[in-house]
Design a protein. Structure first.
Length: 169
């Protein structure tokens, strides 16, 4: 079992507490107070309890503090993964969805996520999960609500003749 990881010495416990009192982020302040307790010689378990974390988490923050100083104690939020389709492919997908499917070419009357998943993989060579196709469509400005599909052999004149009209009074 290895020993405790040494904390950098260019910050004293008093300096860390001063930085904690000025910190606008509560998480950073908690981490700084835990590190100040470590600088004072408190056990790592007790210092972790001061910051509301376990010893392993405190160890991870010590590593980040040693590398980047107090700025390393901030949460680093990510924007998520990068879209695997480029702008031209997204524009082509948008045009494809707007135009709607062709029964002879696509074999469907209306687009479903699973159909678009297949088309994206065939055309662009990119494999997406069916649920992520919804995220792509939302990013392109499409709604998940769709109009009722229309049968390709439907005749409008037959529909008008079939409609019942109420007699005028």
């Amino acid at each position: 079992m290895g020993g405790a990881i040494a904390l950098r010495t260019d910050y004293t416990a008093e300096t860390l507490r001063r930085l904690a009192s000025r910190a606008r982020d509560a998480n950073v302040a908690r981490r700084l107070l835990s590190l100040a307790a470590v600088q004072d010689g408190t056990s790592r378990g007790e210092a972790a309890r001061i910051g509301g974390m376990d010893r392993q988490t405190l160890r991870d923050w010590v590593h980040r503090f040693n590398i980047a100083g107090p700025d390393g104690l901030r949460d680093q939020w990510r924007n998520g993964s990068v879209c695997r389709l480029n702008a031209a492919q997204l524009a082509e997908l948008s045009a494809l969805v707007t135009a709607g499917p062709d029964l002879t070419r696509d074999g469907v009357v209306r687009w479903r996520r699973v159909d678009l998943q297949r088309v994206i993989e065939e055309r662009f060579g990119v494999s997406y999960h069916e649920r992520h196709v919804s995220a792509l469509l939302k990013r392109l400005g499409f709604s998940h609500v769709s109009a009722r599909p229309r049968h390709p052999g439907q005749d409008p004149s037959v529909m008008d003749a079939f409609k019942k009209t109420s007699p005028r009074s």
